[in-house]
Design a binder for this molecule. Sequence first.
Ligand code: UFG
Length: 341
Amino acid sequence: MKEILVTGGLGYIGSHTVVALAEAGFRPVIIDDLSNSRREVLDGIAQITGFRPAFYAYDLRRRHQVKEVFEAHPDLAGIIHFAASKYVGESVEKPLLYYENNICSLLNLLNEALAAGVHPFIFSSSCTVYGEPEQLPVTEDMPVQPATSPYGNTKQIDEEILRDTAAVEPLRVIALRYFNPIGAHPSALIGELPVGVPQNLVPFITQTAAGLRDELKIFGNDYPTPDGTAIRDYIHVMDLAEAHVTALNRLLEGRNKENFEVFNIGTGKGSSVMEVVKTFIEETGVDLPYRITGRRPGDVTAVWADTTRARKELGWTARRTMAQALRDAWQWEKKVRNIEK
Ligand code: UFG
């Protein structure tokens, strides 16, 4: 069984991908500094898959720690790099943290990967690189727009570092540009565990429904969209996790056409904030107090993916619905809060 290094493997997307990898017959090896995750996530992974991955509570900014993991696992077949700071607002307040964490970590990882001769590399990118797109749905060929936050800038810079390196080194990279991941594993044994007040829509919804927050604020209903609320492409986190396994297999089997490739990973369908709220209420039957407030600075009006390239080239397409993702997110929230209803 092939060993795959998963950085940030106890985080939200990372942990679901570790499950998908184990179920596909890989042996994930996890590095995670626990800055926005918990060690107990390993228990959930082990319960779901029957396999307990090797785990290093290491910080990728420390090159000697990265080196140590490559030395302990000389047969790594590939790398999936999730570990990064991910909050747009926080990145504006703490730019150096974001540049250091999201860029130095990548440099250390790439240097050690090349030294160890490990070349397949999957990178977590974001639809944030498209900014406010001029056309919808967005294809991978549409221009990368100037970043509006240090977080977004780190994703652009990281893509450039990877493209430049793959041009001259044997590295083979797939950057997956995620749209909005939501939901949880259907077992409710792993899910999203935001530290502090959630910044994202769905964890805020589930925490409000669970009674932890008084009300959901809908940030603006004066956008030029059918119901006035902003539109995103919400993808079930298990669909996203499976996209990583598919992309990894493409690299392992040498089916990539370039040594740096980019794919949009979304459903291809846009949903408004109000549609998400209404679907949550319909699917769960739970009361969700909400109120319309002003727009959140930095938010775009609408973005959803053209998924043609992922379908044709990767042979991957999202299978789960937004309704299912919201049900799974709610099952997980209830489990975490010990709610019986
Ligand atoms: N929203 C609310 N109320 C909330 C939270 C969010 O109305 O309490 C709205 C937002 O205004 C937005 C939509 O719900 O219209 C989705 O917001 P999220 O914060 O869940 O997601 P974003 O699309 O803003 O952000 C996501 C990722 C970022 C990434 C960005 C790229 O979380 O990491 O996409 O566009 F940078």
